[in-house]
Structure formats: C-alpha cells, structure tokens
Ligand binder design. Structure first.
Ligand code: NAD
Ligand code: UGA
Length: 431
C-alpha cells in the first residue's frame, strides 16, 4: 500500500519507518524543513533506540522517503495518517487541534481517488467528525473516509511497541475503510495482535481512557509510597504484593517522582476538560492530575529535607533529565520542576543526562552541564537520581565518594538497594 504520514515526530517517524519495514511504501511529510533535511541527509532528529538503522534500511530499499510537500505524498496515497502534535491549549488544558485541522485542510486539497484519512494523533472525541467536515467542505467531490487509529507506543521502546502491539484499535464508520486498515496492519497478523474495530468516537476515547488509567496506576502507587514512608513500609514490596494479582498486574507500579512526558500530563488534562464540557466530570482523573502536579514539586522538598532542611549555597548533582530513560524528550519532564524547586531554595545545579542535554539546555540554560556522572558529582553535597538510565545502575560509589564532599544520595527511582549505597558511607534516601 502507499502511505503518507503527515508529521515526522516521535510517532510519525517511528510509525512511518515501521510501516515501510512491513513492505508498504511510505512518504513522511513534515512542515519543519530542518527535520526533513536532516532525514534526507541520513540524520535522525530524535533519539529512539534502533530508529537509525530502521530508517536507513528502508530508505535504502526505497520504501521510505521524506518531503516537506503534502500534495505529492497525499495524491499518491491509499492511506494518509495524521501524526502531528496535539499539545495542551493555553488557558484551559484542552488539546490544541490547530495542527490536526491544518493538516486536514492540506490533505483535502490533494486527495486523488479513494483515500482513507487516519488520525493517529491523540485527539479528543469528535475530532474525526470535524476532520471529515473540513475535508468534505473543501472537496465535496472527493472519495474518502476518516478513521481513528490511536497509537499506544511508548518512547524508548517505540519500535517494539509498534511492531508487537498488545492491540490495534480502529475506529471506522464504514466497512470499506475498516478493511483498508486491516490491510495496512496485515503484517501484524503474524504477531497475533488483536484488532478491535469500533466506532470512531469510541476509538478516540479509548486512547484517553488508556493513558488516564496508566497515569492513575502510577499516581496510586506514588501515594502509597508516601504512606509507606510515614509508616515504615516498603513500596516496592507492596507493589510486588499487589501486582502479582493478575487482576491488578505488575506493570506501571513503579513509584517515582511523578509521571511526565509529552502525553500523560497533556492527555489527562484534555480528558478532564472533555468530561467537564460533557457535564460528566471525571473526578478521579482530576485528582490524579492534581496529585501528580504536586508530587513533582514535593520531590524538590524531599531533596531539601535529605540535605538537612536547606539547599541554600549547596551543590546538587542531578543524574537524568529526560522524563524517562532511552529518549531525548524533555517535554514535561519531572526534572524541570525538581531543578526549579531546588534553585528557588538557593541550590547550584550540576546535571548529566545521556541523551537529553541538548533539549535540557534550551529549557534550563542556567545550570552546569557535565560530560558524565562522575564529573557531575564532583564537588556535590548531594546526588539525586531523577531518571533511571541503565548507565546509572552500576555507578562506582568509591569514585563518587572521592569526588563528593557531601554524603547524601536521593534515589527518586529506587534504582539501588539502600544497604549497597550505605556501605560506601552515604546517607541514602529512596522512595
Ligand atoms: P512531535 O511534536 O514529536 O511531532 C509532530 C510533528 O508534526 C512535528 O515534527 C511537526 O513539525 C509536524 N507538523 C505539525 N504540523 C504539521 C503539518 N500541518 N503538516 C506536517 N507536519 C506537521 O509529536 P509526537 O510526540 O510524535 O506526537 C504526535 C501525536 O501522537 C500527538 O497527538 C501525541 O499525543 C500522539 N502520541 C505520541 C506518543 C509519543 O510517545 N510521543 C505516543 C502515542 C501517541
Ligand atoms: C505513554 C504510554 O505508556 C503509551 O502507551 C502511550 O502511547 C504514550 O504515553 C502516549 O500516548 O504518548 P510514554 O509517555 O512514552 O508512553 O512513556 P511511559 O513509559 O508510559 O512513561 C510515562 C511517565 O510515567 C514517565 O515519566 C515514567 O517515568 C512514568 N512512570 C511509568 C512511572 O513513574 N512509573 C511507572 O511504573 C511507569
């Protein structure tokens, strides 16, 4: 099949490269000329493990191309995916759909022959109806269907999530469009990924419900962690104790500094807004949003408490800046709130992240960036692990002790066992 992927970001580029790898012919289109120039030059604009070789292989076999022009790609395509951003709208937290609607207008102008237009972006209920209206208004003559096909991949594991999904959700209003979508995903039958065909609105809401549920699970265990700290219990053992119950499940029960990233924060907010507008407030999700916001700031207070109640004039080494490991994505990373809180308290910040430094520099220009964990710890009063990169899992604590005048370690991801750190003379504070 011929596929046009509008938007070549974390989702569009991964999905486009994976569809090409399945044997489809894919053109990834982006309005950012620097992004397309980099891709045409063989450079990958984001860090996602395995994406460089996947893109290179498929470019070499002429299955994957790039363009800044929507028209050519759409005119030839059987299926056009919209994978542009849907960030929070300033003011009310609802999804900003301006990129989606702009893409819909561009697509409308170039449709040629029956085409399935698919929203892969995470979009509020009813967006598919509006995309259909925009295209129909611009092109009353065109033969097309609008389908919702939300994406469930995680950054850092995006390729395997895309190629081996737990399920594929297709929200289609007619059988022809649904059968085209089955053909697009036909290579995944080998993996026996269930395909759920639903109405369009149901598919749109399923995506938000999934993200809100996962965010709720994380927030639940984070609050249980706070209680554990007060009553002398171990949250990791509680998580294991409940997670072994299949009805609960072990995943997404790692307590930490609060969820971040480009999706959970904005999607929970947008869902809350949709629910309020519909007169059916989701009070549980509202609480999750509030608790998670407070938690990120509370982590700065936790570090401050570990430093004896004040960080004024102290040097704090931060290991890990991205919202999770194996990505360079800094959007809504907990590190941003934690660093700001510590700076407000008068701390000097040194930081290191394996892939997030370029993004972090743009957002936090006033901290000292270092080349590795050991340089980061040099001269520090306390070391804080914010993101659990593998590179931080086997640190040389003898070397760190030699470089740090202070002896405090705050491990916000519970990477280490307290005793292992304590034996090097450090005071260890986990979650
Ligand atoms: P992104 O910001 O990385 O990429 C979006 C891209 O779209 C950018 O490169 C931008 O230049 C381009 N763009 C914007 N308007 C355009 C237009 N009119 N024509 C062509 N290109 C245009 O965003 P992302 O993280 O890939 O997310 C995209 C969507 O997928 C969002 O709705 C998000 O919620 C959803 N999603 C993201 C993830 C994830 O892990 N990042 C996972 C599942 C779903
Ligand atoms: C998340 C979902 O997992 C994907 O299914 C979804 O497609 C995506 O959002 C999206 O809609 O964009 P992602 O944000 O890439 O994926 O990463 P996650 O692994 O879900 O982590 C999100 C945040 O939760 C991170 O800050 C992470 O550290 C935190 N987290 C996750 C925890 O604190 N504890 C956990 O047990 C799991």
């Amino acid at each position: 099949m011929k596929i046009a992927m509008i938007g070549a970001g974390y989702v569009g580029l991964v999905s486009g490269a994976c569809f090409a790898d399945f044997g489809h012919t894919v053109c990834c289109v982006d309005t950012d000329p620097a992004k397309i120039a980099a891709l045409e030059d063989g450079r990958i604009p984001i860090f996602e493990p395995g994406l460089d070789t996947l893109v290179a292989d498929n470019v070499r076999h002429s299955r994957l191309t790039f363009s800044t022009e929507v028209s050519g790609a759409v005119a030839q395509a059987d299926v056009v995916f919209i994978a542009v951003g849907t960030p929070s709208r300033r003011g009310d937290g609802f999804a900003d759909l301006s990129y989606v609607y702009a893409a819909a207008r561009d697509i409308a102008a170039s449709l040629d022959g029956y085409t399935v237009v698919v929203t892969k972006s995470t979009v509020p209920v009813g967006t598919g109806d509006e995309v259909e209206r925009i295209i129909r208004e611009a092109r009353p003559d065109a033969a097309f269907a609008v389908v919702s096909n939300p994406e469930f991949l995680r950054e850092g594991a995006a390729i395997s999530d895309f190629k081996r999904p737990d399920r594929i959700v297709i929200g289609a209003e007619d059988d022809r469009a649904a059968s085209v979508m089955r053909e697009v995903y036909q290579p995944l039958y080998l993996n026996q990924a269930p395909i759920l065909v639903t109405g369009r609105r149901t598919a749109e809401l399923t995506k938000y419900a999934a993200n809100a549920f996962l965010a709720t699970k994380i927030t639940f265990i984070n609050e249980i962690a706070d209680l554990c700290e007060q009553v002398g219990a171990n949250v990791q053992e509680v998580a294991r104790g409940i997670g072994l119950d299949n009805r609960i499940g072990a995943k997404f029960l790692h307590a930490g500094p609060g969820y971040g990233g480009s999706c959970f924060p904005k999607d929970t907010l947008a869902l809350v807004k949709t629910a309020q507008d519909s007169g059916t407030p989701l009070r549980l999700v509202e609480a999750v949003v509030a608790v998670n916001d407070q938690r990120k700031r509370a982590m700065a207070r936790k570090v401050t408490a570990a430093c004896g109640g004040s960080v004024r004039g102290k040097t704090i080494a931060i290991l890990g800046l991205t919202f999770k490991p194996n990505t360079d994505d800094m959007r809504d990373a907990p590190s941003l709130a934690i660093v700001a809180g510590l700076q407000d308290g008068g701390a000097r910040i040194r930081a290191y992240d394996p892939e997030g430094m370029a993004g972090a520099r743009a957002l936090m220009p006033d901290i000292t960036y270092t080349d590795d964990p050991y340089e980061c710890a040099t001269g520090a009063d306390a070391l804080v692990i914010v993101t659990e990169w593998n590179a931080f899992r086997a640190l040389d604590w003898t070397e760190l002790a030699a470089r740090m005048p202070g002896r405090t370690v705050v491990d916000l991801r519970n990477v280490y066992r307290p005793d292992d750190i304590a034996r090097h003379g450090f005071r260890y504070v986990g979650v």
